[in-house]
Write a protein that binds this ligand. Structure first.
Ligand code: GDP
Ligand code: MG
Length: 447
């Protein structure tokens, strides 16, 4: 995807101005890139026309290179579709605020209900969760577990052997709202049943819930990996329910995020959040500008930086960098600390996937697929099996010590040797960089 774009941009490079002729090829590539990112065909067509008009119209006045110019236009157009700012969440002027979760089965409604509750808790709210999926006992049980894990209030209710159906659904919803008010909760998140495909019964049930609860938010939960399907169902749900926003889940996977563009375009409703993993905290406000660079294959550096800043002990990282770049080098103990910090960010794979697939990072996405997470667990086990003295001075780690460390960590002497070798190489590399005064940094920036 991004390679194609790059090639297209390379062809533009070195040409003084953008003409109908030389932009044609770039536009073809952009078109392919967008389609590959799962953007709906109708949306792609519109976009390309806009971009063409703008690009050719701008040719005389700009000081940018043609490449920069086209990148900027594509970027601006995509952001224009997605809306410039992060969308606001609607709260009721008089609590409780009711949030109705909609979407197909497996899209992530139950998981997202929990994430949303955790997000509200973080913002000082007191959410209550209720599942009105009366058709599958496991679904209600799942929400109970989710609620327990984040210590959120849950209205369980009593099915009283009543037949599963819209009447029971309504009763539970009504009771839950009453219980929320009585127990001082200011938000009620209603997790609903999903079907594998759209069906009329489901829609009718949702319509009745909407009428009963008059929710401030009707969030459509869409699996970003399902691309076009998500777009079609978003359209159908919006026509029946008038959605107020979208949550795009499973953005930690391979999804390029094209669904975000299409869903926004088709429904006109903003993407409010994205899900980036299975855990309750794998949830972020949606930033249009970041998804755009992801769609274009430039990586999601901003999100990565933010995540890193939130979770990493900045001072520790700085200390590590300083030590690593200095003449003394870093110890195996420092190395282990650093490893632990990195793992706090999530799986290494998901981190690598967020890096751009250009320049020095070319090929890193493929590498990410081959990363063996177990390897890191083993490395840590090996370092754990060393004494503090050994960790702070690797040179004393003799043959017999290596044998002991291998036994203690459940690894082999070869693995211990390999780790030590890599450590020494890494240390050397950092020191060289430190002595070079930021040369590497410049080369990483492609200058
Ligand atoms: P529901 O049927 O719509 O309620 O969907 P669930 O909440 O049960 O989620 C279906 C599956 O998707 C579960 O295995 C979740 O763990 C998983 N899932 C949900 N959101 C995400 C996400 O953002 N990232 C990943 N990787 N998995 C997710
Ligand atoms: Mg569910």
């Amino acid at each position: 995807l991004s390679e194609k774009l790059q090639r297209a941009f390379k062809n533009l490079r070195g040409q003084g101005t953008i003409t109908e002729e030389n932009i044609g090829e770039a536009l073809r590539e952009i078109r392919v890139a967008l389609l590959e990112a799962d953007v709906n065909l109708g949306v792609v067509k519109e976009l390309i026309e806009h971009i063409r008009e703008k690009a050719v119209g701008q040719q005389v006045m700009t000081a940018l290179s043609p490449t920069e110019q086209v990148v900027k236009i594509v970027n601006d157009e995509l952001i224009a579709i997605l809306g410039k700012d992060t969308a606001r969440f609607n709260f009721a002027s008089r609590p409780p605020t009711v949030i109705l979760m909609a979407g197909l089965q497996g899209s992530g409604k139950t998981t997202t209900s929990g994430k949303l509750a955790a997000w509200l808790q973080k913002g000082g709210h007191r959410p209550m969760l209720v599942s009105v999926d009366v058709y599958r006992p496991a679904a209600r049980e799942q929400l109970k577990i989710v609620a327990g894990s984040i210590k959120a209030n849950l209205y369980e209710g009593d099915l009283k052997g009543e037949n599963p159906g819209p009447d029971l659904v309504e009763r539970l919803a009504r009771e839950a709202r009453r219980d929320a008010v009585n127990s001082g909760c200011d938000t009620l998140i209603v997790d609903t049943a999903g079907r594998l495909a759209l069906d009329d019964d489901l829609m009718k049930e949702m319509e009745r819930l909407k009428k009963l609860l008059a929710p401030q938010e009707i969030l459509f939960v869409a699996d970003a990996m399902t691309g076009q399907d998500a777009v079609n169902s978003a359209d159908a749900f919006h026509k029946r329910l008038a959605l107020t926003g979208v949550v795009l889940t499973k953005m930690d996977g391979d999804a390029r995020g094209g669904a975000a563009l299409s869903i926004r375009h088709v429904t006109g409703q903003p993407i409010k959040f994205i899900g980036t993993g299975e855990r309750p905290d794998a949830f972020e406000a949606f930033h249009p500008d970041r998804i755009v660079s992801r769609i274009l294959g430039m990586g999601d550096i901003m999100s990565l930086i933010e995540r890193a800043e939130e979770k990493l002990d900045k001072k520790k990282s700085e200390e590590f960098a300083k030590k690593a770049l200095s003449g003394d080098g870093f110890s195996l103990e420092d190395f282990r600390d650093q490893l632990r910090q990195i793992r706090k960010l999530g799986s290494l794979q998901s981190i690598m996937k967020m890096l751009p697939s250009i320049g020095p990072f070319q090929g890193i996405q493929q590498m990410a697929d081959q990363v063996d997470e177990n390897q890191f667990v083993r490395v840590e086990a090996i370092i754990n099996s060393m004494t503090k003295k050994e960790r702070n001075n690797h040179e004393i780690i003799s043959g017999s010590r290596r044998k002991r460390i291998a036994r203690g960590s459940g690894t082999s002497v070869q693995e211990v040797n390999q780790l030590l070798k890599q450590y020494v190489q890494m240390r050397k590399m950092f020191k060289t960089v430190g002595a070079g005064g930021g040369k590497l940094q410049r080369s990483l920036m492609g200058q």
